[in-house]
Design a protein around this ligand. Structure first.
Ligand SMILES: Cc1cc2nc3c(=O)[nH]c(=O)nc-3n(C[C@H](O)[C@H](O)[C@H](O)COP(=O)(O)OP(=O)(O)OC[C@H]3O[C@@H](n4cnc5c(N)ncnc54)[C@H](O)[C@@H]3O)c2cc1C
Length: 461
């Protein structure tokens, strides 16, 4: 696709569509929108616009489509695969000011939000209702960005990912048309599911300007435990058995010993430095939960667990999960002068121990610094690797390890990305993962965005 750079005429036309303080070509603003939280190289947009309404977005897209100017949506820029980096420059639409919670319908378990609402802010607002929006990527992400990436997190094993919580969307199509899709009904079998098509499309099919999201009841009781294992393989086996027993954990996170050592140091925790499972259950009564916890302990002990610490109080549980959520940033802080690459793969439950084993072997054999942290209950592993900036030999090794790990995940029947999306980094695996269905994805893209202006350079190899 050939795109046009912004000329003075384009800039004047675009400036006339929004208030003066919501259009910028300032150097520092362009720099701030040139990269996300990933290791991918910067690429600056030529202008940033902060829209406030569907009508504004519609006008901008219509103009951009007619003049072949790339448009990239921007939430918080917290992606890990370069998803919002404007590879082909053009305009970034930053949704941070389009962030109103429009309506909460408690009795229907629904909220209408603008795309720039941060999910933690929605949950803070919902606190008094006893409801919450469960997907929890950890970073301060916007709901628009979560929808675009189909984000998930520590509690996805029980509650599902973003795709399970989107009922209705208002989307501005590439040509500026405003389209409503989906229903407020909690179930439907009416027609093609355009919502599922939009969720996870990384802003390449349309721009979300409003969403109706599903809410769920906050669990009245919870229980949590920490289980340490002699190896990641035995821990992985315990994950599989806990799921097979139907215990329905609300979180089942596995961290490698190197991650535990870092959490101990940074957060003053006193955890044994071994592969460790964090297990959480949500339920109605403490009695029910203590039975479930006993069964989990029995399973862990059968799989050779070294230590099982049940009954964590809320403060300790929160402390551990805060450390878990902050681990990505902790790793960055602890390796000054280095670049950090976080890769994300997922496999079927039965293959999870095998994937973990491959990762450990590859990291050890290549002598690179790597941390494994995983949403083990979903068979989803993050390998966070650290390499010195500019050290080509080290980064070549890292590339080889990542390629081998992704190839292994695909070989085990899995996916190149469980939750971070394709962005820039995972494009090269798309043909292997999807085969001939990739061509059908390309046809969908051409239908929705014939001139290819929406987030060009993403998803497709
Ligand atoms: C420390 C850390 C931990 C993380 N942990 C997790 C995790 O556990 N699980 C997980 O899933 N992710 C995780 N992430 C990644 C990231 O937080 C999520 O993918 C999040 O959903 C991105 O939201 P955002 O608002 O930052 O979106 P951005 O990064 O700004 O954008 C994401 C994508 O959405 C598009 N977009 C933005 N707004 C719109 C819109 N209105 N319409 C259409 N497209 C739009 C962008 O173009 C881009 O393609 C983590 C990130 C960090 C830094």
């Amino acid at each position: 696709m050939q795109f046009n750079s912004l000329t003075e005429t384009h800039i004047k036309a675009l400036q006339s569509m929004v208030d003066a303080d919501r259009f910028s070509t300032g150097e520092s603003v362009l720099d701030l929108h040139a990269r996300d939280q990933s290791y991918h190289p910067r690429s600056r947009p030529e202008a940033v616009i902060w829209p406030l309404s569907a009508t504004e977005v519609s006008g901008i897209l219509k103009y951009a489509d007619e003049h072949r100017i790339p448009i990239t949506g921007w939430g918080s820029g917290s992606s890990l695969e370069g998803n919002p980096i404007p590879m082909k420059h053009g305009i970034v639409l930053d949704f941070s000011q389009m962030n109103r919670i429009l309506e909460i319908r408690e009795e229907d378990f629904q909220a209408d939000v603008e795309p720039g609402v941060i999910y933690q802010d929605l949950n803070a607002k919902l606190k008094h209702t006893g409801l919450f929006f469960p997907p929890d990527p950890g970073a301060r992400a916007t709901i628009g960005g979560m929808i675009a990436n189909n984000a998930s997190g520590t509690r996805t094993v029980y509650y599902g990912s973003t795709k399970d919580y989107v009922l209705q969307l208002t989307v501005v199509m590439a040509n500026g048309e405003i389209v409503e899709m989906g229903t407020r009904s909690s179930k439907t079998s009416s027609g093609y599911d355009l919502i599922r098509l939009m969720v996870g499309s990384e802003g390449t099919l349309g721009i979300v300007v409003k969403a109706t999201v599903r809410l769920t009841g906050l669990p009245p009781e919870f229980s949590a435990a920490v289980a340490t294992f002699p190896s990641v393989e035995t821990a992985g086996k315990a994950v599989f058995e806990i799921k097979r027993a139907g215990l329905n954990p609300a979180a089942l996170e596995l961290l490698g010993p190197e991650s535990i050592a870092l959490m101990n140091k940074e957060e003053n925790l006193d955890l044994s430095v071994s592969p460790t499972l964090f297990i959480e259950f949500h339920g109605i009564t403490t009695g029910q939960l203590s039975e479930v916890l006993e069964m989990a302990e029995e399973i862990c002990r059968t799989e050779g667990c070294l230590q099982f610490r049940p009954g964590l109080g809320r403060a300790e549980r929160d402390h551990i999960f805060k450390a878990r959520h902050g681990l990505g940033e902790t790793i960055i802080r602890n390796h000054p002068g280095c670049r950090v690459l976080s890769t994300d793969v997922a496999v079927p439950n039965t293959q999870y121990p095998e994937l973990i084993k491959t990762i450990r072997e590859e990291v050890d054999a290549s002598k690179i610094v790597g941390y494994t942290l995983s949403h083990a209950g979903d068979g989803n592993v993050h390998l966070v690797v650290v390499g010195k900036k500019g050290d080509k030999t080290e980064w070549d090794k890292i590339d080889r390890v990542v390629n081998t790990v992704v190839a292994r995940a695909l070989n085990l029947g899995g996916t190149a990305t469980g939750e971070h999306g394709v962005g820039i980094g995972k494009r090269k695996y798309m043909a292997t993962e999807h085969g001939s269905s990739l061509q059908w994805m390309q046809r969908v893209k051409s239908l929705f965005d014939p001139n290819g202006i929406l987030n060009p350079g993403k998803i497709f190899p």
